[in-house]
Design a protein around this ligand. Structure first.
Ligand SMILES: [Zn+2]
Length: 464
């Protein structure tokens, strides 16, 4: 800070903040006497990011000095813009030509910084990437740096005990992470996307980390908005396309960005982005970004106005899908996630009822376990079965609503959607009650009607 010319008083303030931190541990619910720390910032101290920026400035200046070293050679694609490093939050990328001298220079520079700042690189999280460097030189460089190449490991999802709803939520989060981070920066090869999707799909339907073909509802359907019967999972393939279009637009307009300047100085070289032939010697990603011009031209009006409208384009590309008649029961239902999931499968007719199991050749008792009379189909078990009708009648009486009059599936649908429509309290209550009841009937059926009959019948195709 002294070197950067911060006033003395300001330096004292910062030191005061850093030096007076103390921690206290709660033992048996009571805070224990505080103890001081050795020159450490508080965890999550708002100052820390600013101090970090100052410290990184020191590293930047050191690395800039490298440019004067005659023996230091830039990475061949970094010379024009004089790039030696990029840093983002606590990630640091260092670039140099793949020869031992240049690598050593950059390493020295970093070590000097580590000594001065007390910051150490985490070697287990560091890796070296080579491009077009022969094996022997690679070995020498690795030895000189004292690091190893890392093999990325994908940890397996072990939360097998989650329900469909829970697993879908987990997948949703993972997909969102990929979309928000990777897919916005890079075009991801379609093969990779397909594998990611296959893992997600299999995990939802089987709870295992192994790719299977089994799925009750098509993935494309699950990746649509709720109003058209989906679960708003992210369609990575489509999102990827939109994000590349966004990159293309940035390439044409955001000349202040380093990566944009970089592509311009090495590939575009003052030509028109709309007409330039795709540079065949460029990497796949750059070719893809330039190639995205078609899509950009299609939706340029929208992109120009607002960056966040990228989501709008995504929805446009999803296409016009028909609204589902049971939208009103799905959309703002406040029932539990599990119940809503059962209801969702229920509307699609994708629950593993006996008729479906038998069709697939799975041994199952065809008779409904709740009335022990008719054959079990979705329409029977949820609309026509005497047991279910009894449940609806009693529930509606308790809610002080008109009685249940449906005796076929279409009457039942009519009844459900009419009652669930609107934002009134009665409608909201009905939506919740409907989802929970469908869920409970299904649970009861899986228990073989034991609550009703007190029997010990075991149900076929137990699920969830
Ligand atoms: Zn029945």
């Amino acid at each position: 800070m002294l070197e950067l010319g911060f006033p003395k008083r300001f330096q004292d303030w910062v030191l005061l903040c850093v030096k007076t931190v103390s921690y206290s541990i709660i033992v048996n619910g009571e805070p224990a006497p505080p103890f001081p720390t050795a020159k450490r910032l508080r965890q999550g101290d708002p100052l820390s990011s600013f101090l970090f920026a100052i410290v990184m400035e020191y590293l930047s200046r050191n690395l800039h000095r490298l440019k004067q070293e005659k023996q230091f050679k830039f990475h061949p694609r970094c010379a024009k813009l004089g790039i030696t490093h990029l840093s983002f939050a606590d990630d640091l990328l260092l670039f140099a030509r793949g020869d031992i001298l240049s690598a050593s220079y950059i390493h020295q520079c970093f070590n000097q910084f580590a000594k001065a700042s007390g910051l150490q690189a985490n070697l287990t999280k560091s890796s070296v990437y080579f491009g077009g460097v022969n094996q022997a030189v690679q070995q020498d460089i690795l030895q000189a740096l004292g690091t190893q190449r890392m093999v990325a490991r994908i940890s397996s999802w072990t939360a097998k005990k989650l329900s469909y709803a829970g697993r879908t939520q987990l997948v949703q989060t993972v997909l969102f992470g990929i979309q928000a981070y990777w897919a916005q920066l890079f075009k991801i090869p379609i093969k990779v996307l397909k594998t990611i999707e296959a893992f997600c799909r299999s995990y939802i339907w089987s709870g295992e980390n192994v790719i299977t073909k089994r799925a009750l509802v098509a993935w494309e359907r699950m990746c649509t908005p709720k109003s058209v019967g989906g679960l708003i999972l992210i369609n990575l393939k489509l999102w990827n396309k939109v994000a590349t279009a966004q990159n293309h637009w940035d390439l044409a307009h955001k000349t202040d960005k380093l990566w944009v300047r970089w592509i311009h100085s090495y590939y575009i070289k003052g030509q028109q982005l709309d007409t330039i032939p795709i540079p065949q010697h460029a990497t796949w990603m750059i070719r893809q970004i330039i190639d995205a011009r078609q899509l950009v031209n299609q939706c340029q009006v929208v992109v120009r106005r607002n960056r966040s409208l990228i989501r709008h384009i995504y929805l446009q590309l999803l296409g016009q899908l028909d609204k589902i008649p049971w939208k009103c029961v799905m959309l703002k239902n406040e029932a539990t996630a599990k119940a809503k999931y059962t209801m969702w499968l229920h509307f699609y007719g994708k629950m593993l009822t006996s008729d479906r199991l038998l069709k697939w050749g799975v041994a199952a008792d065809p008779v409904c376990v709740l009335c022990k009379w008719h054959n079990e189909t979705r329409n029977h078990i949820f609309a026509e079965c005497d047991f279910t009708r009894g449940v609806w009648v009693r529930l509606l009486a308790w809610m002080q609503r008109s009685t249940y009059k449906a005796s076929t599936w279409s009457q039942y649908m009519q009844w459900a959607t009419t009652n669930a429509k609107g934002k009134s309290q009665t409608a909201t209550r009905f939506q919740m009650m409907f989802a929970e009841t469908v869920h409970m009937i299904w649970i009861e059926r899986n228990k073989g009607g034991s609550m009703y009959y007190g029997g010990d019948a075991t149900a076929p195709g137990h699920l969830n």
